[in-house]
Design a protein around this ligand. Structure first.
Ligand SMILES: NC(=O)c1ccc[n+]([C@@H]2O[C@H](COP(=O)([O-])OP(=O)(O)OC[C@H]3O[C@@H](n4cnc5c(N)ncnc54)[C@H](OP(=O)(O)O)[C@@H]3O)[C@@H](O)[C@H]2O)c1
Length: 265
């Protein structure tokens, strides 16, 4: 376990989307480092997860239920946090995706992806930035995806939302790094985090399964590199290599073919 600087001990880390999957793995990784936590998700399950973590790792762990697709909820969450807590690490992990032909994708679903991935990440960051800057050293970890590197058919607005997160993070890092706030972005490939994602990855066949990484491994590497101030975190070297050497038009063609198989399940 890497030692945590003193200034971090009383300040909190916030993890959005921590009730399961990568967010829960990140919360556990931070709890193992004895970091007090504020965990957020839209369902009551977050209270159970917070209690389990508190009991197992003996760290302060606060659960907040908040539907982050609604701007007014994001604003009141940030107000509540700013009023009561010092924050040294913000992990914008909550995210939504899916695979569907765009012409039949429900409008509400398309909008929820944009609100959660783009609006909530930007507005929560904006509202917490003064709190983060008050700390001697602070960090933001934004969860993007390998999809940020390639437009992909049948993924609706998801790849574009993740490209937004990557660009947003790198810009913020350039703006705030010299003031003690470093901003990192991680681009995971496929992770088997829910039955729906497992079904989709299996539907992609060999290539989908080849690049699979466990969420616990992604969490460990992401937190370690974030606390070192690394701006861009690669957790899947094979997918990253593919994204860098294969021209974008070929990547988009190949990935769209692979993803299309999910829609035929
Ligand atoms: N899994 C993959 O293959 C993969 C690959 C690349 C990138 N990613 C990215 O990694 C992140 C985590 O993915 P994951 O697979 O761990 O996701 P997941 O298992 O679906 O979990 C999503 C988390 O977000 C919370 N959430 C969903 N809607 C919310 C809302 N409206 N307001 C607040 N919280 C909400 C969920 O909790 P509640 O249901 O309790 O709200 C849950 O805790 C996402 O940003 C995703 O895009 C995933």
């Amino acid at each position: 376990m890497s030692p945590i600087p003193n200034s971090m001990n009383s300040a909190y880390a916030i993890v959005t989307g921590a009730s399961r999957g990568l967010g829960k793995a990140i919360a556990i990784e931070l709890a193992r480092k004895n970091i007090p936590l504020i965990l957020v998700s839209s369902s009551d399950k977050i209270s159970i997860v917070a209690s389990e973590i508190k009991e197992q790792y003996q760290v302060n762990c606060i659960a907040i239920v908040c539907d982050l697709t609604q701007e007014e909820n994001v604003l009141s969450l940030a107000n509540q946090i700013n009023e009561y807590y010092d924050v040294f690490l913000l992990v914008n992990n909550a995210g939504l995706g899916g695979t569907q032909p765009f012409e039949i994708a429900p409008i509400d679903y398309v909008n929820a992806i944009i609100q959660l991935n783009v609006m909530a990440t930007s507005i929560l960051t904006r509202q917490l930035i003064s709190n983060l800057l008050r700390q001697k050293r602070s960090y933001i970890l934004n969860v993007s995806s390998m999809a940020a590197f390639s437009p992909i058919g049948y993924k609706m607005v998801y790849p574009a939302s993740k490209a937004f997160i990557r660009s947003f993070s790198l810009g913020l890092n350039a703006e705030f790094k010299s003031r003690g706030l470093s901003v990192s972005v991680v681009a995971p490939g496929a992770m088997a985090t829910s039955p729906d994602i497992v079904r989709r990855i299996n539907g992609q066949g060999f290539w989908g399964r080849l690049t699979l990484v466990a969420p616990e491994k992604v969490a460990r590497k992401s937190i370690c590199q974030t606390l070192k101030g690394r701006k861009e975190i690669v957790v899947n070297p094979l997918s990253y290599f593919f994204s860098q050497i294969v021209p974008q038009s070929i990547r988009t063609f190949l990935l769209t073919r692979v993803v299309r198989r999910e829609t035929l399940l």
